[in-house]
Design a protein around this ligand. Structure first.
Ligand code: MRU
Length: 358
C-alpha cells in the first residue's frame, strides 16, 4: 500500500526539522521548527511528537541537529544521553539512538554530521516501508473478518497508532487504511484514551481519510466487546519484551482482558524497532509516570477558538499517572510485524538473533 502522509510528521529543513505539533491536534494543524538539541528533547518530552516509531525518528534527527553544531565525542555522547532521557517506555527511541551511536562513534568528527543526517533520513524512510508492510500483513486479518459476516469489519483500537504516530501509514491503523484502500468496508471503534486523549488524533485521522469510525469513552470498550459489537482489536505498542509481553498506552491491558473474555481476537501491530529481545518480560519494561496535571486539567479551545486549559480538580489532588500498561503475552493472539504475524513470544521466528537483533 502506498500511503502519503497528508502532512509530514517530521521532515528535514536545512539544519533543523519541521514537525507536526501534536499538542495542537485535532483542533489546529500547526507545524513547528526544531533547530536545537534542547528543542528536540522538549518536543519529545512534551509530546509535540509522540508515538513510538516517530519519537525514534525524531531522536535520530536530534542527533544530526546536535552534531551539525559540534560533532566532537563529548557532543555526541551528550546528544545521545539527553535524548535517551526524554521518555523511558518506547524502546524505538533507544533503538534509534543505539543505531545512531553505532554508525557515528567510529567516524572522525568531521564526517559525523553528514552521516547523521543520512542515517536519520534512512530511519524515516524505512519506517514508511515498515508501516506499509504491517498494513499488508494486517489486512489479511481484516479480510478474514469481512469474509465471515456481512457489514463492515468492526475493529477496535486504543490510543493513536496511525500515521500521526509514525513516519508512514501507522502501525495499528495501517491494516485499516489498507482495507479502506481496497474497498473493504471497515468501521473503527476509537477509545478516547484518557488522560491525553490520543483517541481524538485517531478519530481525526480516520475522519480526514473518510474511514467510518466512532469515538467511544474508554470505559465503553467492555460493553461493546461483551455485546458482540467488535470483530477484532488491534493496538500499537511501545515495547514488546522477548516473551511477547507488550507495553502500550495505559488502558490497553483492560481491552485485552475484555476481548479475551468475549472471545474477540486481540492483536498488537509493532515494527522490529519496538521489539526488545534484551528485555525478558513485561515486568522489566520501564513504565513512564507523567505529570499530575494530565489528569487534573483538560485542554481544548475557548469560546473564541483559542487554546485553553481547564482545571477540573485542585492542583494538590493526589494523582497516580502511569502512561502505559503491560498486556501479558497470553492475552495477545498475534503480533503484526513488517515480516508477518507471529505468536507473541515466537518473534524470534521472524527476527532471528543471528541477524543482529538486540
Ligand atoms: O504516550 P504516547 O502517545 O507516545 O503513546 C503512544 C502509544 O502508546 C502508541 O500506541 C504506540 O506508541 C504505538 S504508535 C504507532
Amino acid at each position: 500500500m502506498h500511503f502519503i502522509q497528508p502532512i509530514p510528521t517530521i521532515r528535514r529543513d536545512g539544519d533543523g526539522v519541521v514537525i507536526l505539533d501534536q499538542t495542537c491536534l485535532p483542533q489546529r494543524t500547526e507545524t513547528r521548527c526544531l533547530a536545537t538539541l534542547a528543542e528536540v528533547a522538549t518536543a519529545i518530552r512534551d509530546m509535540q511528537v509522540r508515538g513510538a516509531p516517530l519519537i525514534g525518528a525524531t531522536a535520530a534527527y536530534g542527533v544530526a541537529i546536535a552534531l551539525t553544531r559540534d560533532a566532537g565525542d563529548d557532543a555526541l555522547e551528550h546528544a545521545l544521553h539527553t535524548l535517551a532521557a526524554t521518555r523511558p517506555t518506547a524502546v524505538n527511541l533507544h533503538w534509534a539512538l543505539g543505531r545512531m551511536g553505532a554508525r557515528l562513534l567510529p567516524l572522525a568528527p568531521g564526517a559525523r554530521a553528514e552521516a547523521a543526517w543520512l542515517e536519520a533520513e534512512a530511519i524515516r524512510l524505512e519506517d514508511q516501508e515498515t508501516c506499509a508492510a504491517i498494513g499488508t500483513h494486517g489486512l489479511a486479518l481484516i479480510e478474514s473478518v469481512a469474509a465471515r459476516r456481512p457489514g463492515p469489519a468492526r475493529v477496535m483500537t486504543h490510543c493513536n497508532a496511525g500515521w500521526v504516530a509514525t513516519c508512514g501509514a501507522g502501525t495499528a491503523l495501517a491494516p485499516v487504511y489498507a482495507a479502506h484502500a481496497r474497498g473493504i468496508a471497515v468501521r473503527v471503534l476509537v477509545s478516547e484514551t484518557r488522560p491525553r486523549n490520543q483517541g481524538l488524533l485517531t478519530a481525526w485521522e480516520l475522519r480526514e481519510a473518510g474511514v467510518p469510525h466512532a469515538l467511544i469513552a474508554d470505559n465503553a470498550a467492555g460493553l461493546l466487546l461483551a455485546r458482540g459489537e467488535v470483530d477484532l482489536v488491534i493496538t500499537g505498542a511501545d515495547r514488546v519484551a522477548a516473551n511477547g509481553d507488550t507495553a502500550n498506552k495505559v488502558g490497553t491491558c483492560l481491552k485485552a482482558l475484555a476481548a479475551r473474555d468475549a472471545g474477540v481476537p486481540f492483536y498488537i501491530a509493532a515494527p522490529f524497532s519496538t521489539l526488545d529481545f534484551a528485555c525478558p518480560d513485561g515486568g522489566a519494561i520501564p513504565i513512564e509516570d507523567r505529570a499530575a496535571d494530565e489528569l487534573l486539567c483538560v485542554a481544548g479551545l475557548d469560546a473564541n477558538g483559542q487554546p485553553a486549559t481547564l482545571r477540573q480538580a485542585p492542583a494538590d489532588t493526589q494523582v497516580l499517572n502511569p502512561a502505559f500498561d503491560v498486556t501479558p503475552a497470553r492475552l495477545i493472539d498475534g503480533i503484526i510485524t513488517e515480516r508477518g504475524i507471529a505468536a507473541a513470544g515466537a518473534l524470534r521466528e521472524l527476527f532471528p538473533a543471528e541477524e543482529g537483533a538486540r
